[in-house]
Design a protein around this ligand. Structure first.
Ligand SMILES: *Cc1c(COP(=O)(O)O)cnc(C)c1O
Length: 377
């Protein structure tokens, strides 16, 4: 609030409001036809076999850990430069996160060399995050997974429709999670999607998202079933149809939204090329990506200097953020004693600049000039 240029703006118009209004007036607001339509959109647009809508990405990640059969005694490799949910989900099922460093300030995703180093006989799976929507090194990662018989969970929250060598992110590993939180590429307030090409996983995810019940209210209301059994210890991770109908409008806008973001990033790259003292992560990536956020990393810097630079930028009316405070430094993860020098440098020296479809060239120019002045005086 109060910033001339905020970090993010919703890509909403009357369509989202109309969709929610229509669903409310339809007489069916809980999980039903709008969720079925949304799941089908994911199947069609992501070229994946199964999609299961859920309350949020955190729920999808929890279910993904259950589907992969993870539990106490199992080790799961994960990055620390991510949102807490990517790691907390491992602990929900009693398994142990093992933090891996990222490649470099130019490539903020988990380092396959670190993955290989940290594999033990207890390692069962890994959570891979595609930072800012840029693909992790999936060829190397999938080769390691095959060699050591590990499951791969893709936290693809940042990368809806992002690609890696012709495949959509989230369709390369065993199972993937997406978020519809307000500031994501697809916004519904809260919401999420689990996708997989594994039929057993999809069936089990459907059970687990609704108490392990064999039928849902919508099916019973349709006269398809009158009784149900409870066959798994499930949860209530259902997405309601009001939110699903908003998600459908957001999905329709997504390809156009991403085209705009690509143009915004291009402008950023042109302007940032003349700014001394910053590297732009993934600057050489030529894949189609979602550009969820616009991170830059200061060179030869410290956390104190970064924080002072952010303060100067804020004084000029531009909002910034940090992606992310490293998970392994949080109180509940300190005992894991992870040593991640690259992650620690990036978490202390990263600045996230504004990124959204309606950001104009003039806005980008102003942001970069402001950054340049804050860094170089
Ligand atoms: C936003 C986010 C999540 C959590 O998503 P919710 O839908 O809010 O649960 C998990 N992982 C990453 C990388 C995220 O950015």
């Amino acid at each position: 609030m109060g910033y001339k240029i905020p970090l993010f703006k919703l890509n909403f118009d009357e369509k989202e409001a109309q969709a929610a209004f229509d669903t409310i007036n339809s007489g069916w607001i809980s999980t039903g036809p709008k969720n079925e339509a949304l799941e089908q959109m994911f199947i069609d647009m992501f070229h994946v076999k199964y999609a299961v809508s859920v309350t949020n990405c955190t729920g999808a990640l929890h279910l993904a850990c259950m589907l992969c059969g993870l539990g106490p005694g199992d080790e799961v490799l994960c990055p620390s430069l991510t949102f807490a949910a990517s790691v907390n989900c491992i602990r929900y099922v009693g398994a142990t996160p093992v933090f891996c460093d990222i490649v470099s300030p130019k490539h903020l995703n988990i380092d396959p060399k670190e993955i290989e180093k940290k594999i033990t006989p207890k390692t069962k799976a890994m959570v891979v995050v595609h930072m800012a929507g840029f693909p992790a090194k999936m060829d190397e990662i999938m080769a390691i997974a095959r060699k050591h018989n590990l499951r791969v969970i893709e936290d693809a929250c940042h990368g809806p429709l992002s690609e890696y060598k012709g495949k959509k992110l989230g369709t390369i590993g065993d199972v993937a999670a997406f978020s519809f939180f307000s500031n994501k590429n697809i916004s519904t307030g809260e919401g999420g999607m689990l996708i997989t090409n594994n039929e057993e996983f999809a069936k089990k995810a459907r059970l687990l998202r609704s108490h392990g019940m064999t039928t849902m209210s919508y099916q019973r209301a349709g006269g398809h079933a009158t009784a149900y059994d409870i066959v798994e210890l499930g949860y209530n991770y259902r997405l309601d149809d009001i939110r699903a109908s908003i998600a459908i409008e957001q999905m329709k806008k997504l390809p156009g939204d991403l085209e705009r973001r690509i143009a915004v990033r291009k402008r950023y790259l042109e302007k940032l090329a003349n700014v001394k003292g910053v590297v732009v992560p993934f600057a050489d990536c030529t894949e189609f990506v979602s550009n969820y956020i616009m991170p830059v990393v200061l060179t030869n810097s410290t956390k104190e200097r970064r924080d002072a630079i952010r303060d100067k930028i804020h004084e000029c009316g531009v909002q910034t953020s940090v992606h992310y405070p490293a998970i392994h430094r949080f109180s509940i993860y300190k005992d894991y004693k992870a040593e991640l020098p690259v992650t620690e440098y990036v978490t202390d020296n990263e600045i996230t600049l504004p990124m959204y479809a309606s950001l104009s060239d003039a806005d980008v120019d102003f942001i970069v000039e402001t950054l340049d002045k804050a860094i170089n005086g």
